[in-house]
Design a protein around this ligand. Sequence first.
Ligand SMILES: [Zn+2]
Length: 194
Amino acid sequence: MWQHELLTDIPKRFYSDEEGKLFDHCKICGKYLLDDGTSYFIEKAIKKYDGYDFHTTIFEYAVCFDCHGVIQGTMSEESVLNLQQYYAKIMKEKGNQPIVIDINHFDLDAWLSKCFFTGDPVSQMKEYQLVAQFNGEKMVMNTPPMIVGEAAMEQMASLLSEKTTDEMNGFRDQFLGPDPELEELIYGKKLLLI
Ligand SMILES: [Zn+2]
């Protein structure tokens, strides 16, 4: 079924913090992303510091739809199944309501103030990830942007097979580079790429 895409301007928080502008190329294949009709994802990991009103972006990247599919394809069947079950369980807890976004009255800041999975407030987290889908110079709201808090990250990481964890770490080393802080943050944890 053809589904109408709900599009909105890309909020500043999804700009590249490193470059201060929209992400324009896929981190993996280098494809240009800002043409209409080009689907891609952005993922960022944010770290906050106890007692300080301060946060840093630990990593950030954009990945095109095709590369996203390739990465997902490296996950073992077991891992995919486990994650699907996890997601289904969360949606069941939420009452199996489809996520409906009223684009005209949508409060993005409120939506992104808590973990999509656990409901934990971002204000109480030390780290979290931010994931969203885009089309050219617009954000796609049919699958609204998501905060994944540290508890959910840990739960998901524990559902991944060793093989998948190795693949994800290989991806990290290859495309994000070895970085001690990054190592601490996501070693053995899943890069989301939902
Ligand atoms: Zn790509």
